[in-house]
Design a protein around this ligand. Structure first.
Ligand SMILES: Nc1ncnc2c1ncn2[C@@H]1O[C@H](COP(=O)(O)OP(=O)(O)O)[C@@H](O)[C@H]1O
Ligand SMILES: [Mg+2]
Length: 217
């Protein structure tokens, strides 16, 4: 499975979710490779910080912020169970390449009504990719849901039949994500039994279910 976290908006949680989801799958014993497709290299920075802290390697992080990504990713996928792509901001050529590489696109969004969830350009690029990849699945993921998480979940449920649909597994506004990232850790490594760690585990399971639905006729 190749999962790409994409949204042309910055700061929506692409890197945070990519790292923590990769961590869930790695801890399940899956062979995971994370492709950092962002020229800023935040996932690579995290990996370097992790090494500095002397923490064990959980999954490989490779920098591949090139528009040949769609040619390289299937090659990397041959020796991995899951490839997670941490997507680039704004650069359309990179975005196109990531969309062509992916089996499943996750679009993290903040569930703010003031906020357009994804730019029209992002959705246009997705539609364009589907001409070549009719089986390409896409889902919105509500991230940083505030105190009104219940409301966000209701929103997610009412929007579940939108295109792309919204996953009912949502992620709250949790300071643990920033705390963990600073020391090259995952939220599950701070404590397995925090809301952040539980939400990421539920999200990973929801993604597995989408993938199973995609691959079984
Ligand atoms: N659910 C969350 N709760 C709290 N902070 C979050 C959450 N998701 C992301 N953040 C924080 O928001 C900032 C931007 O997230 P990041 O994953 O780097 O976004 P992107 O990769 O889309 O630019 C980071 O400081 C990160 O720690
Ligand atoms: Mg990022």
């Amino acid at each position: 499975m190749i999962v790409a976290l994409l949204n042309q908006k910055g700061g929506v949680g692409k890197t945070t979710l990519a790292l923590n989801l990769a961590g869930v799958w790695a801890r399940q014993g899956k062979r995971v490779t994370l492709i950092d497709a962002d020229p800023q290299g935040s996932a690579l920075d995290w990996s370097q910080q992790r090494a500095r802290e002397g923490l064990p390697r959980l999954f490989g992080v490779v920098g591949l912020a090139r528009d040949t990504l769609h040619r390289e990713a299937p090659e990397l996928a041959r020796t991995a169970d899951v490839i997670v792509i941490d997507g680039p901001p704004r650069v359309a050529a990179l975005m196109r390449s990531a969309l062509l590489a992916a089996d499943l696109v996750l679009i993290p969004v903040q569930p703010s009504p003031l906020d357009g969830w994804a730019s029209a350009e992002m959705l246009a690029l997705l539609a364009e990719a589907r001409i070549y990849r009719p089986d390409l699945a896409a889902r919105f993921v509500l991230n940083r849901c505030g105190a009104r998480t219940v409301l966000a979940r209701e929103t997610a449920e009412t929007l579940a039949d939108h295109d792309p649909p919204v996953l009912t597994a949502t992620i709250g506004q949790r300071v643990a994500f920033a705390v963990a990232a600073q020391s090259g850790r995952l939220v599950s490594e701070l404590d397995d039994d925090t809301p952040a760690a539980r939400e990421i585990a539920v999200l990973a399971a929801a993604i597995d279910a989408v993938d199973t639905g995609r691959t079984t006729p």
